[in-house]
Design a protein around this ligand. Structure first.
Ligand SMILES: [Ca+2]
Ligand SMILES: [Ca+2]
Ligand SMILES: [Ca+2]
Length: 290
């Protein structure tokens, strides 16, 4: 297995039935039995309750992201805050299909209950979130270069999954000068996990960019923070299309947003790159460990 992945080159094949993917499948088998990367192990530890088999893991898309490729939201401006927990190293993207029982076991009150801290795993829900509906969930994970501090007294953090929710680029948010590397550009539905040290809380804000203004929207999403892994679980029914394109972002600052005290990372080199695609095939979840 070649561990020197090009950034944003998927390193697994998505369709195990495709004749051309024999090599990919073999690589995955090798990966399972021998040398799981630290990032792969960290990801699997978090989604472990879903009980994926080695073959099912093939349907998770994986991307590498360069280490240390910090950016500020203005091209050419050097960010001054560049902690490991602001550096995305790896992205995992899957579609999980849960029946009502599995959904209840995962998100009812067992594996990932709302606004809980269990064995160091923090689960955050939007205000007013209802139960996670059965059916397809978009499951997006970022593995960072360092553990996310759960109670940083000095810094703000925003970890986000942002989408073109309806597949129409014409109505997406466009950057406002001078922020030509605005992390959210060319998207229109934003799931923002925020740490605010002044209130000492993690919160999940969901907003839709409608008529040129971000507006709060109701959501039944969940976000899980576990060590250096952040996983977004978002019902497909919150999107206009079943496989919206997306970007993941990680940003830290001191409250001023000044470049010398801010910095972060996006999937890819910078936010002018095209959004990423989700796998077509869903993984049917049979049973969830509570
Ligand atoms: Ca990175
Ligand atoms: Ca759109
Ligand atoms: Ca990057």
């Amino acid at each position: 297995m070649d561990l020197n992945l090009d950034p944003l080159e998927p390193d697994t094949q998505l369709d195990a039935e495709d004749d051309e993917v024999d090599d990919g499948v073999d690589e995955i088998d090798d990966l399972d039995e021998e040398a799981l990367s630290a990032e792969e192990e960290a990801y699997r530890a978090v989604v472990g309750p879903f009980g994926l088999t080695p073959q099912e893991y093939i349907n998770i898309m994986r991307f590498g992201d360069a280490r240390g490729d910090f950016i500020y939201s203005i091209f050419g401006t050097t960010p001054g805050l560049t902690a490991p927990q602001q550096d995305v190293l790896r992205i995992f993207a899957g579609i999980f299909d849960l029946d009502p029982e599995a959904s209840q076991a995962a998100f009812g009150n067992t594996a990932f209950p709302c606004d809980s801290l269990v064995d160091g795993t923090r689960t955050v829900c939007p205000d007013g979130a209802g139960p996670v509906p059965p059916g397809e969930l978009i499951v997006l994970a970022m593995v960072l270069d360092g553990d996310v501090p759960l109670e940083d007294p000095d810094h703000f953090y925003t970890y986000a999954a942002v989408f073109d929710a309806d597949g129409d680029p014409a109505n997406n948010f466009q950057f406002v000068e001078p922020f030509n590397w605005d992390y959210f550009q060319n998207t229109d539905l934003w799931y923002q996990l925020d740490w605010d040290p002044t209130v000492g809380q993690w919160q999940l804000f969901v907003s839709s960019f409608v008529d040129q203004i971000p507006q709060d929207v109701a959501s039944n999403a969940r976000v899980v923070i576990d060590g250096n892994v952040i996983v977004f679980f978002i019902p497909v029914d919150e999107f206009g299309v079943p496989r919206p394109t997306y970007r993941l972002t990680a940003f830290g600052h001191d409250g001023t947003f000044a470049p010398e005290a801010s910095g972060g990372d996006v999937t890819g080199a910078d936010p002018t790159e095209p959004l990423l695609e989700l796998p077509e095939e869903a993984i049917v979840i049979q049973e969830v460990e509570g």
